[in-house]
Design a protein around this ligand. Structure first.
Ligand code: ADP
Length: 577
């Protein structure tokens, strides 16, 4: 909360404007009351003619108009403040999420993050647009009114001083109760968003397992939980308005009663003074009451404010980059992995003390059971994850010394499920290389990746829209698009997560041909499942539970490492080669 408050108070100009408008509003309230009383006094008690009240009447109208203007200007400034702070918070969140997009997307919970950036940030609106401006108003306006009242005989002022604290006291009591409820409401909201998105993304799986109906129930429940939580907050809100209304009405009544007794019984106050105080009293309580409502909506935002503060405070590993430029088309690197350890923020998986040397042009296969850390190692080599300890060196320089952009122009990472952006096939291939690549080059890359057949069968050919907004592609086709990207890019290091499923003969041939063509100019590291890749590798890294159990050529490992032999035989038996 403090962090966000600081953000608001750091906007000096806005703060100055808010204070200025509050002072002006205070002054205008006093002048308005003065002229109102003066006119009534002149007309009813002194029986003045219309001519005599023309001027005060004109001033009163002008002052009323000014009050509206100042109120409007104050509100506007508040709204501007809120939109500035919201933009700043969103930017900070985006920068945070973008600083390490891989870690962010690998750790999942996209729904929760979207809900933080969109809904939670919107929720903090009232904290800045009404709560903070109102605090400033209430710190100024009642004090100005009180000063004016104290220029008159003192009892009423004292009464105001005594009754005023009841408003904030009730406010605080109610506010504390609401905060928990508001936090609860935010939690329900986040749970609902997360749940909804998860279900949308996993719809196919749910349908296949016949769970769609149950999930409908689950969505219903989580949305009605959210509704109930909202209703709870509203209930307290309405109740608190009622209470505050009650307190201020009672206090005004008390002051009116006191004035009446002094005017009629003791006759120790003039009509002018009494009426002046009576006119000011409602305004005095009004601004306290307004603080009450603003405080309440501000409290309602506290849940969201807290959520954002927590999100901002959450440390995520970031990847550091240097300034060493790698010219395009650099020769394939030698890779040195020294004492590398890695642990995920969540869960208890870790890679333990890896030491590996990979020579330029070498073909390395990473093998091991599921969950042994093969993909994690590939991500670390790619520079998508930062090792918790140890060194990764490329050509005798640390990975972190290289410039980020030129590093990634040297690498092609072909994952199991490459991402397709919404756009045409050509556009999707083109992002692999310079965006200025000619259509000819793109077509050539597609051909080398074995996409020609598929492209020819499409009505719009290479200009067919794919991805989110277009035609879907099969897993194998997606990988071929990724291969085409690699052909266009001509990387010096290729990281390849092989498909786990058995491949048909055609795909197998394409893969084989593509990889041997690509590996002519690069160092290749593959998470391998096919016997072809494994046998052909210059070096095999056999991982188990995050530990490098053995490293060497296929023949050596088959002879010396029983576990490796068993794994290869099991795969052969299952026909995954
Ligand atoms: P492999 O590729 O060998 O199947 P991975 O490298 O994908 O294995 O995963 C190794 C282990 O790390 C698994 O136990 C997996 O659950 C865990 N893991 C993977 N990604 C994350 C993550 N983002 N956060 C926490 N644990 C993870």
């Amino acid at each position: 909360m403090n962090q966000l408050k600081k953000m608001a108070f750091a906007k000096r100009r806005t703060m100055f404007l808010l204070v200025l408008f509050a002072c002006l509003t205070g002054a205008v309230i006093i002048i308005q009351a003065y002229y109102f009383v003066k006119i009534v006094d002149l007309v009813f008690l002194k029986a003045a003619s219309f001519d005599a009240i023309e001027l005060p009447l004109g001033i009163l109208l002008a002052v009323l108009f000014a009050r509206v203007i100042f109120m409007y200007a104050g509100r506007r400034t508040g709204i501007k403040l809120a939109s500035k702070v919201k933009r700043e918070v969103r930017e900070t969140l985006f920068v945070k999420y973008a600083r390490n997009p891989i870690q962010t997307s690998l750790s999942g919970q996209t729904g929760r993050k979207v809900s933080t950036v969109m809904d939670a940030v919107d929720e903090i609106d009232s904290y800045f647009s009404s709560y903070i401006p109102q605090i400033i108003q209430t710190a100024i306006v009642p004090v100005v009114i009180l000063l004016a009242v104290f220029t008159q005989p003192a009892y009423s002022g004292l009464l105001m001083l005594i009754t005023a604290p009841f408003v904030p006291i009730f406010m605080v009591i109610i506010g504390i109760k609401t905060q928990k409820k508001a936090e609860n409401q935010m939690e329900k909201m986040a749970a609902f968003s997360g749940h909804f998105l998860d279900i949308l993304q996993g719809l196919t799986t749910l349908k296949l397992f016949g769970r769609a109906r149950q999930q409908t129930e689950a969505i219903k429940k989580s949305s009605s939980d959210f509704r109930d939580a909202t209703m709870e907050v509203l209930k307290v809100a309405f109740l608190s308005s009622l209470t505050l209304e009650f307190i201020s009405t009672l206090s005004i009544g008390l002051i009116a009663f006191e004035l009446c007794i002094r005017l009629v019984v003791f006759k120790n106050i003039s009509f002018f003074s009494a009426f002046f105080i009576l006119i000011l009293a409602p305004d005095f309580y009004l601004s306290l009451k307004d603080l009450g409502s603003a405080f309440h909506s501000g409290r309602g935002s506290m849940g969201a404010v807290q959520k954002i503060a927590d999100e901002l405070a959450q440390e995520e590993q970031s990847i550091s980059w240097g300034t060493v430029h790698l010219p395009k088309g650099s020769p394939p690197p030698a890779i040195e992995i020294q004492g590398v350890k890695f642990t995920y923020d969540e869960g208890d998986f870790s890679l333990k003390d890896l030491n590996v040397s990979i020579l330029p042009f070498e073909k390395t296969a990473i093998v091991g059971p599921n969950g042994s850390g093969k993909t994690t190692l590939l991500h670390i080599i790619a520079g998508l994850l930062e090792p918790t300890e140890g060194l990764i060196q490329m050509n005798k320089r640390r990975r972190s010394e290289y410039e980020e952009k030129s590093w990634f122009t040297q690498i092609s990472y072909i994952s199991q499920n490459p991402y397709l952006f919404s756009g045409t096939i050509a556009e999707n291939i083109r992002i692999g290389g310079d965006l200025g690549a000619s259509m000819e080059e793109v077509e050539k890359a597609a051909e080398k990746a074995g996409l020609s057949g598929m492209i020819q069968s499409l009505e719009r050919g290479i200009d067919t829209a794919i991805g989110e907004a277009g035609r879907g592609l099969s897993g194998g086709e997606k990988q071929r698009v990724a291969l085409a990207r690699a052909f266009l890019k001509r990387p010096s290091l290729i990281l390849f997560d092989e498909p786990t499923t058995g491949l048909d003969l055609y795909t197998e041939q394409i893969l084989q041909a593509s990889m041997s063509e690509l590996s002519k100019n690069s160092t290749v590291i593959t998470v391998a499942h096919r016997l072809y890749t494994i046998q052909d590798a210059d070096q095999i890294l056999f991982l188990k539970n995050g530990r490098l159990v053995a490293a060497g050529k296929h023949k050596e490992l088959i002879e010396t490492v029983t576990e490796y032999r068993n794994m290869v035989f099991a795969q052969q038996g299952a026909g995954t080669e």
